[in-house]
Design a protein around this ligand. Structure first.
Ligand code: GUN
Length: 284
């Protein structure tokens, strides 16, 4: 039976440390500020944005919410980003994705000042992640790394399989595992022998977006299983990408959903915002 990796516990420790560092930054007259922009009425995005604002309050940051209507034009959103780029109280800018279809997400990401890009989505920061010289952590992958490290399991030399190749999770996840000398395979919807590849994984990260996609027959005995999925079932319950009930019988460590990767993503966002506030005010 696998041991649970508690994202709640690990994220609480990270946030406590950030809170302490924030007190020291505040003594120097700086309060880290995060602008959170949400466009439209996506219920999942609303939940995420509320969690991000709550985390800001917990660690002692100021948060500034901008809730724009569904019919907002790209020009209007770019105008807001430009304003936030110039606002010295705002150290980090987070535009919650996905955006309504009339808005080109890349145009918005490209407009954010890379120094305020606490999601690390701007091509400048993505490039820095690629070469391993970066200030801003890609939030979800960095949270996953903290969870793996909390188990004490060594990554170097291990077979690491990432299912999913999104810009937000799969690609940067593979990069962080590679920087730690994992032997990394990225699987996706066109991968032919996916189950077989997964069975070779010492560390398996599922970021597919399909409920219970990873079944017990795809998992090696003693593997570390990290579930990035957040799927809403018809009965309204949240469910990860992993068939938890059966996979936990084979794994050595496994993350629950909810309470696994989700809280870590937010903790890493807080870390980036603190980094941003320090850099922009030349502290340390
Ligand atoms: N949508 C899903 N995940 C994320 C995230 O990490 N950041 C933003 N801005 N939008 C998201």
């Amino acid at each position: 039976m696998a041991e649970l990796i508690s994202g709640k516990e690990v994220s609480a420790k990270v946030k406590a440390q950030i809170h302490e560092e924030t007190l020291a930054v505040k003594e120097k007259g700086v309060t880290p500020g995060l602008a959170v922009v949400i466009v439209g009425n996506d219920p999942a995005s609303r939940v995420y944005v509320n969690s991000k604002k709550k985390a800001c309050a917990e660690v002692g940051f100021e948060s500034y919410e901008y809730a724009l209507p569904e019919e907002t034009t790209q020009e209007e959103l770019l105008g807001l980003v430009e304003k936030l780029n110039k606002d010295s109280k705002v150290n980090g800018i987070l535009v919650q994705l996905p955006l309504p279809k009339q808005i080109d997400e890349n145009a918005v990401i490209n407009a954010i000042n890379p120094e305020k890009d606490v999601d690390a989505f701007h091509p400048f920061n993505v490039g820095k992640i690629m070469i391993g010289d970066f200030a801003y952590l890609p939030c979800t992958p960095a949270g996953v790394m903290e969870l793996i490290d909390s188990t004490g399991v060594e990554i170097s030399g291990k077979s690491c399989v990432v299912i999913g190749r999104s810009n937000i999770v799969g690609k940067p996840m593979a990069m962080l595992l590679l920087h730690r000398s994992g032997t990394v395979t990225i699987c996706h919807s066109k991968t032919k022998n996916l189950a077989e590849i997964c069975r070779g994984a010492d560390i398996l990260v599922a970021a597919v977006g399909k409920a219970k996609f990873v079944t017990a027959d795809m998992v090696k005995d003693g593997a570390v299983i990290i579930d990035v999925g957040m799927n809403r079932l018809e009965n309204g319950k949240l469910c990860g990408d992993v068939d938890f009930e059966n996979v936990e019988k084979k794994a050595s460590y496994i993350t629950p959903v909810p309470g696994g990767v989700g809280p870590m993503t937010i903790a890493m966002l807080m870390r980036n915002t603190l980094t941003a506030a320090k850099m922009q005010n030349e502290i340390e």
